[in-house]
Design a protein. Structure first.
Length: 325
C-alpha cells in the first residue's frame, strides 16, 4: 500500500514536468450550441447601408434570432457556465488547444459530474422548448421584415449538447515499431509540452492569486471619503477556495509561490468575514499583512516569463460559439 510518505518520496525524485506527466490525464470538453445570430442577406444589408448612406460592402450586420435574456434561455446557458467552471476547477492548462490536465484520481468524479450536467442541460433545453413558440413570436415582433421563419428549427432537439473525452497525448506505441527515430522525436516533443504545462500552471496560479489578494486588500481599505467599502463574504471565501485548489493541483515548481500562498493562508486562517466587518483592528492587521503579500506577488507577475508558443485562435470549447450579450 502506497503511503503519503511514499508518494512524497516519489515526487521528490522526479521533475515537476515528469510528475505532471505521470499523475494526470488529458481531458477535453466541447459544446454543441444553437446559433442565435445570423448574418443579414445581401439585400437586407444593402437596405441597411442605404439608410446610412454607406456602401454595403463596407457594412457587417447580423440579426438576433432569440431573446437570450429570457429566463428559459438563461437557464440553458447557466449550465454551460457551470460546466466550464467545474472543468477548470479540477484541471490545469496544457499547451494544446482545448486540452487540460486532470489528476488521474479525479477522472471518475469528473465523469460522474459531467454526466449529471449533461442531464441538467437536457432538462433545461426541454423547458426552453416549451417556450420556443413564444420566443419566435417575440422575435417576429421585434425583427419586423427581417424575421424569416426558415431561420428557426422545428425542434431544439440535438442543438444543445455537452461532450467530453480523454484524448491521448503520449506518443503511440505503434510509432515505435514503424519508425523508432520519429517515435523518440515525438516523445521529446511531448516532454517539452509538459514542461510548458508546468509553466502555464504556475502562471495561472500567480495571476489568480494576485487578483484575489488585490481584491481583498481593496475591500479591506477605506473609501476616499473615509467610509468602509462593501465587503462580501466571497472576498474571503474565494481565497479559501483558491488555497484548496492550489493544494490539490500545485505541481511544486515554484518554491517562492508555495511559500507566499502558505503565508497568505496563515494570515487569513480562522478569520471570518463578519469579524473583518466588526473588528477594525483585525481588518487593519489583515490588510497590512496581505499588502506585503501583494507587493511580492506583483513582482512575480512582472517577472513571469513570456510563453514561447502561439495558440490556435480556433474556439476549442464548442462546435458553435456565440459572443456574449
Amino acid at each position: 500500500m502506497t503511503t503519503l510518505l511514499d508518494r512524497a518520496d516519489q515526487r521528490a525524485s522526479v521533475t515537476p514536468a515528469q510528475w505532471l506527466r505521470d499523475t494526470t490525464a488529458a481531458t477535453r470538453v466541447s459544446f454543441t450550441w444553437m446559433g442565435v445570430r445570423k448574418t443579414l442577406t445581401p439585400a437586407q444589408k444593402g437596405q441597411a447601408a442605404e439608410s446610412f448612406g454607406a456602401e454595403a460592402d463596407f457594412l457587417s450586420a447580423r440579426k438576433k434570432l432569440l431573446d437570450t435574456k429570457h429566463p428559459a434561455f438563461k437557464e440553458v446557458t447557466a449550465v454551460r457556465g457551470k460546466v466550464g467552471s467545474f472543468w477548470k476547477s479540477l484541471t490545469l492548462p496544457f499547451p494544446e488547444p482545448g486540452i487540460r490536465l486532470i489528476r488521474q484520481h479525479e477522472v471518475q468524479r469528473f465523469n460522474e459530474q459531467m454526466t449529471a450536467y449533461r442531464m441538467e442541460l437536457g432538462d433545461a433545453v426541454a423547458r426552453l422548448e416549451e417556450h420556443f413558440s413564444e420566443l419566435k413570436a417575440a422575435a417576429r415582433r421585434r425583427l419586423g421584415d427581417l424575421f424569416d421563419a426558415s431561420d428557426y428549427p422545428a425542434s431544439l432537439r440535438g442543438l444543445f449538447a455537452v461532450d467530453w473525452d480523454y484524448p491521448a497525448i503520449e506518443a503511440p506505441d505503434y510509432l515505435l515499431q514503424l519508425n523508432p527515430a520519429i517515435y523518440e522525436q515525438e516523445r521529446s516533443r511531448i516532454a517539452a509540452r509538459f514542461q510548458e504545462a508546468v509553466l502555464l500552471a504556475e502562471q495561472a496560479f500567480i495571476s489568480e492569486f494576485a487578483k484575489l489578494i488585490e481584491h481583498l486588500c481593496e475591500r479591506l481599505g477605506d473609501g476616499g471619503d473615509g467610509q468602509r467599502k462593501v465587503f462580501r463574504d466571497s472576498a474571503v471565501d474565494n481565497l479559501a477556495d483558491f488555497f484548496q485548489r492550489f493544494r490539490q493541483l500545485n505541481v511544486g515548481s515554484n518554491a517562492e509561490l508555495d511559500a507566499l500562498v502558505d503565508r497568505a493562508r496563515q494570515i487569513v486562517r480562522g478569520v471570518e468575514p463578519q469579524a473583518l466587518r466588526d473588528n477594525a483592528g483585525l481588518r487593519q492587521h489583515v490588510a497590512s499583512q496581505l499588502t506585503g503579500v501583494q507587493a511580492v506577488i506583483d513582482g512575480m507577475l512582472v517577472n513571469q516569463p513570456r510563453r514561447r508558443i502561439i495558440r490556435s485562435q480556433t474556439s476549442t470549447t464548442g462546435d458553435h460559439h456565440e459572443p456574449r450579450d
